[in-house]
Design a protein around this ligand. Structure first.
Ligand SMILES: [Zn+2]
Length: 587
């Protein structure tokens, strides 16, 4: 029977231990400077080298040439403590999980009194030290406090906080960490080549992922893959099947369908996933990870290969074209939606249904991100050709000079700039209040007129939330939206809400540019909103209630078109004008 990989590759010196330099370097310093403490506490997640390090430390301390940071490897102690050795009489390993009582502690205490049989020190390694009972620790306390010259203690534990403080304070504490994926990947590549095993591209990153940063787990997974492989080469399909991950091609297919924004393709791709028997939650996690990778590819450009080790040039190229087609803002919005859906999927009665609903939301958020696509984000904001500003009715507002004190806008806010900034504004809202953000998913800027922004909602029911206060005695959620607009664009605006139309909209007072803007996502295939006719007009009544009064007003004031708007609000809808309220308030 072959020995397990992780036992065959157990490091024998600190130099061989990977990913723990922050711990092993100071330890080696202490050893070479002969400043060794009498008790150590090694803590950290399972399988990252605590017990192995304890054995190496014992080997370093008891080497005939030692104490040294590089054991000679040939003296009797070194041979006995090597990975094939039978163990040394002077190094006692105790599994505290099964020897955790007072009697065991007393026994240990008695053994510690005797001098080492042959070597420099009597070394006690207490594995799973957190399992020692309170009484056990108390019995140990005296000897750990003032041990005889020849005794060293090494405690290893996954839960250092469970080791009583009086013991802990007498040890030097070295926290071990999970090993970073890139380091693990390089390591198992070496293991494969020294084992003479060939693996297909993409297999090793999966192994690293399954190992979760633990060297022992990673090697066990690799061992299992190699042992169970029917072919001399471990294939990607074999690895996918055994580890339960979603096939990379399937992920790419779903993402491509989402990118195209065509609902039918998306659901076809999703059903293919479900028919392969994939666990919906696992698939969701894999897809989220894939989106993360796409964002990295989009942001890192040529350096993406270094950041995603183990990914072939061809795969990277495919990901690059997919990522560039969608852009980071859309991808990051999608990632947010997925992360939220995944957390609500835990224990869900029908995870498949959740997955399908998630796809729908992703299609919506994709359409939302697509609004920004045609406009380069870094493009300087160009003001629209100015409309002749009239000083219309006496009730209309004059530009307020003190506005500049509140928010000094370098340029007047334009509609394209507003549309451009919308995803960022949503992100800012998302950081402040998740609930408000989700109410705004799928919304679009439909127009900007003066300082009034029209926000289109797929459903006006979600807009209701904006009227609600942020908390008892606090301003309405709408204020949060206005603040986010202010911090993102530098303009304090008012806004009104409107139902997003199913087809090209004709909002009563929207300038022509607004119609085009709201048509744009339609053309690229956002989730269609079907509305019964005439609803638009009815809903517009609510819209006037939702126009919220800002503290200050910015931007150029209403021209001809807003007069049309006034007339519509006044005569057709029977609403009140904001400006009238405002002037009244001030008078
Ligand atoms: Zn030696």
């Amino acid at each position: 029977m072959a020995t397990a990989l992780y036992r065959r590759y157990r490091p024998e010196t600190f130099a061989e231990l990977i990913g723990q330099a922050h711990v092993t370097d100071p330890l080696r310093h202490a050893l070479s400077a002969d400043r060794v403490n009498h008790a150590y506490l090694f803590s950290g997640p399972r399988g990252c080298g605590k017990t192995t390090s304890a054995r190496i430390l014992a080997r370093c301390l008891n080497c005939a040439e030692g104490p040294t940071d590089t054991p000679c490897g040939v003296c009797p102690s070194c041979v006995e403590l090597s990975r094939d050795g039978g163990g040394s009489l002077d190094v006692v390993e105790i599994d505290a999980a099964s020897h955790n009582g007072v009697d065991d502690a007393r026994d240990l205490r008695e053994r510690a009194v005797f001098a080492p049989a042959r070597d420099r020190y009597k070394i006690f390694i207490l594995d799973e030290a957190h399992m020692v009972t309170q009484q056990g620790f108390n019995a140990l306390l005296k000897i750990v406090e003032e041990p005889p010259e020849h005794v060293k203690f090494i405690f290893a534990t996954t839960e250092p906080e469970k080791v009583i403080g009086t013991i802990r304070s007498r040890t030097h504490h070295y926290p071990f960490r999970l090993v970073p994926p890139s380091e693990l990947l390089t390591y198992i590549e070496q293991v494969c080549s020294s084992e003479g095993v060939s693996v297909e591209e993409g297999v090793l990153p999966l192994v690293v992922r399954a190992g979760g940063g633990s060297v022992r787990d990673t090697l066990s997974v690799l061992d299992q893959l190699i042992a169970g492989s029917p072919d001399p080469t471990v294939t990607y399909d074999h690895a996918i099947g055994l580890l339960g991950y979603t096939h990379g091609e399937l992920l790419a297919e779903v993402m491509t369908a989402l990118a195209s924004g065509v609902g039918s393709e998306t659901f076809h791709a999703l059903h293919k996933v479900i028919h392969t028997g994939q666990d919906p939650r696992r698939f969701g996690e894999d897809l989220l990870e894939y989106v993360r990778d796409l964002i990295i590819v989009d942001q890192a450009g040529q350096e993406a290969g270094e950041l995603l080790p183990g990914t072939s040039a061809a795969t990277l190229e495919g990901m690059r074209s997919l990522a560039q087609g969608m852009g980071t803002p859309t991808l990051s919005l999608m990632a947010d939606v997925m992360a939220e859906a995944l957390s609500s999927m835990t224990g869900a009665t029908s995870p498949t249904l959740h997955l399908e609903l998630l796809m729908a939301r992703l299609l919506v958020s994709r359409g939302q991100g697509a609004v920004t696509a045609p406009v380069a984000p870094s493009r300087p904001v160009v003001a629209e050709p100015a409309k002749p500003v009239q000083q219309p009715s006496p009730s209309a507002l004059a530009p307020l000079p003190e506005v500049a004190v509140d928010a000094p806008p370098a340029q007047p806010l334009t509609e394209p700039a507003m549309i451009d900034a919308w995803p960022e504004i949503l992100e800012a809202i998302g950081e402040k209040k998740r609930g408000v953000w989700s109410a705004l998913v799928g919304t679009e800027v439909m127009g900007l007129e003066g300082d009034v922004v029209t926000i289109g909602f797929p459903s006006l029911t979600s807009a209701e939330l904006l009227k609600k206060p942020q908390g008892p005695g606090l301003a309405a959620n709408a204020e949060l939206v206005r603040e986010a607009i202010l911090t993102t664009t530098g303009h304090r605006v008012r806004f009104k809400v409107q139902q997003l139309p199913a087809t090209a909209p004709t909002p009563p007072a929207a300038p022509p540019a607004a119609k085009e803007a709201s048509k744009a996502p339609e053309a690229t295939g956002s989730w269609p909103t079907v509305l019964p006719p005439k609803v638009e007009e009815e809903k517009s009544v609510e819209e006037s209630e939702l126009v919220v009064e800002p503290e200050t007003l910015a931007g150029p004031v209403a021209g001809e078109l807003s007069q049309v708007g006034e007339a519509v609000i006044r005569e057709v809808l029977g609403g009140e004008l904001i400006s009238e309220n405002r002037v009244d308030d001030e008078n």
